[in-house]
Write a protein that binds this ligand. Structure first.
Ligand code: CS2
Length: 459
């Protein structure tokens, strides 16, 4: 069977990549970007006819994505799996693929290119290399970048490119972090401080916050076969997604940008209420279902949320522990948002694996669950179900056959001699890169955790 490419094109993309020049650099060319920002960027180009916004996608680790996309002229399909039959849509917004470890200088040069005015990022929580909310200056890769080598870290890439630019840049973080834009700005500022020089262009550059939402599970062989059936050609770069797609962006740009709002994105003055609702409702219940689901032997999130007990717990988490901490964004009814989220999780066609959502718990928990726990404790409330979610992570960390987490060595070492529920809780609560002093010293929180870990480890 032929491979998807401009020569073997079953369905024309809304935009031909050859017609686009590069105006956006995206750091972190994983499946999520290809099913999210790349789709909206393409739609905006198609609707406006503005050809300035082709994407230069940067893979931060391996050459796999380039090897998949290069023979396909940057084309790939989004396989949408909803309630009806799956559909496949070919996307044409990716203009080039760079692999950072192979050619770090090319990445800096591309971001410094005057034709580029926007950088977007999906590098996951750990890609920011932060510790306790600040740039981790002990990180060996950050240290190596600071010595002046062609940078390998995301913060190093941005800083090196900013230092070379005359025009300010807009850098849009699209990761699931609290106040992601301002957070990234702080990290870049700390990097410049460590270097001892802050370029003027940094002050004029912008770091808007943004909230992104679309469930994008890892692509499987079954998905590639399905796409081949629908397209009539092989697509080695296909990505899978649910129909739902949302992007809320703080309207704070230093220069020109794609007309994303024409393609369904919402530009607004304040992203915080959207972001809090999404992280604390969607991502928090996702993590809870991943850990409790994996402990019960479920392979997918859909199976976990179809377990009535787990569905009831997710509902309780949302209504009793989370919603009281939130200010609803304009026009959003939080209880119905919560109900919609659980319906989306139940989509059986997605096959989102519990182990995929469970990974990187040490960096996800603080963002999704622990801020809410602190708010509830401060309000004098008992965060019972939140503590269950945290306890489920603790038991998962203790019992999972492999732990996919940037702090896995530390966690595994700490847990080796912890054999009782109390020891498991105490050893993990003491890790200060995860738990703040307030949480580490909260007796009610510790008591709840011990009770839950006891229940979850009972044979
Ligand atoms: C998930 C998210 O893997 C995870 O941790 O919770 O990737 C989730 O699917 C997205 O944030 C949905 O927008």
């Amino acid at each position: 069977m032929n491979r998807l490419s401009l020569a073997h094109l079953p369905v024309a993309p809304a935009v031909d990549p050859r017609s686009l020049s590069v105006g956006v650099v995206h750091l972190g060319l994983g499946a999520f970007h290809r099913a999210h920002q790349a789709v909206i960027t393409e739609r905006a180009a198609a609707l406006t006819g503005d050809t300035r916004w082709g994407i230069s996608g940067v893979s931060q680790r391996s050459a796999t994505v380039r090897e998949q996309l290069a023979p396909q002229d940057g084309l790939y399909a989004v396989l949408e799996r909803g309630a009806g039959d799956p559909t496949a849509q070919v996307i044409g917004s990716i203009r080039e693929v760079l692999t950072a470890p192979e050619d770090p200088e090319a990445v800096v040069a591309r971001i410094a290119d005057p034709a580029v005015s926007v950088v977007t990022l999906t590098v996951t929580e750990k890609g920011y290399r932060a510790k306790n909310g600040a740039l981790d200056l002990d990180d060996p890769e950050i240290q190596a970048d600071l010595t002046g080598r062609p940078p390998r870290t995301v913060v190093g890439q941005l800083a090196a490119a900013l230092a070379r630019r005359n025009d300010p840049l807009t850098i849009v973080s699209c990761d699931n972090l609290v106040a992601n834009g301002p957070f990234l700005r702080r990290l870049v500022a700390e990097y410049f401080e460590a270097l001892g020089k802050v370029p003027e262009v940094f002050e004029a550059s912008r770091f808007p916050a943004s909230m992104v939402d679309r469930i994008v599970p890892a692509t499987t062989d079954a998905d590639r076969d399905e796409a081949a059936r629908l397209l009539g050609v092989r697509d080695e770069a296909v990505v899978v997604a649910e129909p739902f797609l949302q992007w809320i962006i703080e309207d704070d740009f230093a220069g020109p940008r794609p007309a994303w709002e024409q393609a369904g994105a919402v530009l607004t003055g304040d992203v915080a209420p959207w972001e809090q609702a999404k992280l604390r409702i969607l991502n928090a219940t996702h993590s809870m279902l991943a850990y409790l689901g994996a402990l019960r032997g479920y392979e997918t999130i859909a199976e976990a949320v179809r377990d009535e007990e787990l569905a009831a717990l997710a509902h309780t988490l949302i209504t009793e522990d989370v919603i009281p901490t939130l200010t609803p964004p304009d026009g959003l009814d939080l209880p119905s948002y919560g109900a919609t989220v659980l319906e989306r999780f139940a989509n059986p066609a997605l096959k989102h694996r519990t182990t995929q959502v469970a990974m990187d718990g040490s960096v996800k928990l603080p963002v999704r669950l622990l801020g809410t726990v602190e708010d509830r404790l401060a309000a004098g409330a008992e965060p019972t179900t939140l503590a269950l979610a945290v306890a489920a992570w603790m038991v998962y960390a203790k019992t999972a056959p492999t732990l996919d987490d940037p702090q896995a060595p530390l966690l595994t070492k700490a847990l080796t001699n912890a054999t009782t529920p109390t020891a498991i809780v105490d050893t993990l609560l003491a890790i200060n890169t995860i738990f703040t002093p307030t949480l580490a010293t909260s007796t009610p929180f510790r008591d709840l955790l011990i009770t839950h870990v006891t229940t979850l480890t009972r044979p």
